[in-house]
Design a protein around this ligand. Structure first.
Ligand SMILES: O=C[C@H](O)COP(=O)(O)O
Length: 318
């Protein structure tokens, strides 16, 4: 198979990252500073939370999903905040909506229909999510099915055993084949970092996925024992930055799994801003995959409105 290339002029080169060393305690120390070192002024917090909301991949990935549940989720995606809240935050001119809706392939038609005309993309997991252990032809067929049904983004899972065996070429070939099957749809590569055992593996798998054409790298399926963490995210962002410095391409990042609180959302926003800058606070380069984060963001915003802080007031991210 002809390898997909992002026109970055680099075929798979593992030698560039083979020597990489990741100092676990240094990464953990750095990540631990994020939740505490930033004090965001109170009037700015609403703006940060609205920003987080616009970057959510609002997700339902449950065995008992139905088209009805997906329809309700899509309605929430289009109007995540009540009219009172939108007014109280001074956002009536441009009420916020979430970044995307993420569902299983069989739910894509319901999501596409419900979101028609909203401009909100439909993301579908595929490739035998969450384990990724069905044979490759079936995994590719699942991608094609979701794309045919109208999915704009495909969240693939990588084959973890190729990481354990350090078979980077095989991992590259699989992700490149998935990239090709996506056609015009964006590909988000889920590394399932909780399964990958070491941060070096996380760095290398990130690099291989980007070289094979991933538009986003994503931490977790939400189904591993350990999902998105700040240390793992930091390592992925360093890989993303290294790849960008070498090729000039901007790759997106999606932490996912277990992110439930407004504080979680703030921590990841700070991480993005500090590591990559303002540009990575937009939904084309940053998403938070979450099934139950929106509720806490709503609660916190209600608190701000009651306390008369508005998101429009001196918006620090404008
Ligand atoms: O991709 C998104 C994740 O599956 C969501 O995980 P969560 O249900 O823990 O928020």
């Amino acid at each position: 198979m002809e390898n997909f290339q992002r026109n970055d002029g680099i075929p798979l080169r593992t030698e560039a990252f083979e020597a990489v060393q990741v100092n676990l305690s240094a990464v953990e120390r750095r990540a631990a500073t994020l939740p505490t070192r930033r004090s965001v002024k109170k009037e700015y917090q609403a703006a940060w939370l609205v920003k987080a909301l616009t970057c959510i991949d609002l997700t339902t990935l449950a065995g008992d999903d139905t088209p009805g549940r997906v329809q309700r989720l899509c309605a929430k995606a289009m109007r995540p905040l009540s009219d009172e809240l939108v007014e109280g935050l001074g956002l009536t001119d441009a009420p916020p909506k979430v970044g995307a809706v993420c569902v299983y392939p069989a739910m894509v038609p319901a999501a596409v229909k419900a979101l028609a005309g909203s401009g909100i993309p439909v993301a579908s997991v595929a490739t035998g999510f969450p384990a990724g252990l069905t044979p490759l032809p079936q995994r590719l067929a699942e991608i094609r099915y979701a794309v045919d049904q109208g999915a704009h983004e495909i969240d693939i899972v990588i084959n973890r055993q190729l990481v354990f065996s350090q078979d980077w070429q095989a991992l590259y070939d699989e992700v490149a084949a998935m990239r090709e099957a996506c056609g015009a749809a964006h590909l988000k590569a889920i590394l399932a970092t909780g399964d990958l055992k070491t941060l070096r593996n996380v760095y290398k798998a990130s690099m291989v996925a980007m070289q094979a054409g991933a538009d986003f790298i994503k931490t977790s399926t939400g189904k591993e024992d350990v999902n998105a963490t700040l240390p793992v995210s930091l390592v992925m962002l360093r890989a993303l930055r290294d790849y960008g410095e070498e090729t000039g391409f901007k790759i997106g990042f999606k932490p996912a799994g277990g992110l439930k609180t407004a504080k979680d959302a703030m921590n990841w926003l700070f991480l993005m801003k500090e590591e990559l800058g303002r540009r990575w606070l937009e939904p084309d380069l940053f998403r938070i995959g979450a099934s139950s984060l929106l509720g806490d963001i709503e609660r916190q915003l209600e608190h701000f409105v009651t306390g008369r802080y508005s998101a429009a007031y001196r918006h620090p991210l404008a």
